[in-house]
Design a protein around this ligand. Structure first.
Ligand SMILES: [Zn+2]
Ligand SMILES: [Zn+2]
Length: 292
């Protein structure tokens, strides 16, 4: 595959978000990279895609900055750009919890290999998925606990419903790790003592152990929406015909834009919309914005 998508984040004191924005935007534009980069006083959270060679140059280039030397990247391959445009923005929070927390409280890390050992030894622990419910529906660690949340901002409230687990050994996971940084800082603050966070998240785990303890597909916040994890398991059903299916699409009626699960056959049959009404709507998504 010709293209690579990388995601990375770091919490650190950004003295001038505006300067960092300008710096990264210029590099991305010169390399024709697409993506979504959020910068704040608290750090950076980014997903970038482009031709493999250019992604390599990007990584070398930004590592020239002292504060990026220790960055690690979650990498996936694709046939084309995973983003159709470049968006670089300044945000109050680089991942929105809507609550200020002391990041010094964040949990220690557990590596994918260490987690694999816990599974293999059948140890007593719980995996807490800090992602949204719609993400966990189509793919998650077997026997993991996921929350009825639509947005990470709902996490603090839902945490109140699992207070009984305070003394359990808990390992948190999310897509690439950033949500767990804040989630575990909050959990420790609220008295969850025995918490670890999965380093590099689900992406790093399935890159090392594809098709094993993580079942189904992984939701991603780019145009692909889902990526394979090496697991064949279908945890959900096509909303239209009912066959086992993990594929998400956004309804292409731009007035609807609903995220829903639809198999490839039904996507074609319905012109990638969610119902007959949407199929007949005038405002269909333009061809160049369709990721196929
Ligand atoms: Zn179907
Ligand atoms: Zn629709």
């Amino acid at each position: 595959m010709k293209f690579k998508t990388i995601t990375f984040y770091k919490f650190f004191d950004v003295s001038s978000p505006e300067e960092l924005l300008k710096y990264l935007k210029e590099i991305c534009e010169s390399l024709e990279l697409k993506g979504r980069i959020l910068i704040g006083k608290e750090g950076i959270n980014a997903g970038v895609s482009g031709e493999k060679e250019k992604i390599k140059i990007f990584i070398e280039k930004i590592k020239e900055k002292d504060y990026f030397k220790d960055l690690t990247f979650r990498e996936t391959d694709s046939e084309k750009n995973s983003y159709h445009k470049l968006v670089v923005r300044i945000r109050q929070e680089i991942i929105t919890l809507g609550k200020s927390i002391d990041m010094k409280n964040k949990a220690d890390y557990i590596s994918p290999a260490e987690l694999k050992q816990l599974f293999d030894k059948n140890e007593d622990f719980v995996i807490l998925d800090t992602r949204n419910e719609y993400e966990a529906r189509i793919g998650r660690f077997k026997n993991s606990l996921f929350l009825k949340i639509e947005n990470f901002r709902d996490f603090p409230n839902e945490l109140r419903n699992i207070q009984s687990m305070k003394n359990k050994k808990i390992i948190t996971c999310c897509t690439g790790g950033i949500r767990c940084e804040k989630a575990t800082a909050l959990m420790k603050q609220e008295g969850f003592e025995n918490v670890l966070q999965l380093r590099g998240g689900i992406i790093e785990y399935v890159n090392n152990f594809p098709g094993q303890e993580f079942e189904g597909d992984c939701f991603v916040f780019d145009d692909r929406l889902t990526i394979s994890t090496g697991s064949e398991k279908k945890l959900e059903k096509c909303e239209i015909c009912g066959i086992p299916c993990n594929d998400y699409i956004d309804c292409h009626n731009m007035n609807c834009d609903r995220l829903f699960i639809s198999c490839k056959n039904c996507q074609e049959k319905m012109n990638r919309t969610c119902c007959d009404e949407c199929k007949n709507s005038e405002r269909q998504r333009p061809e160049n914005l369709i990721y196929k």
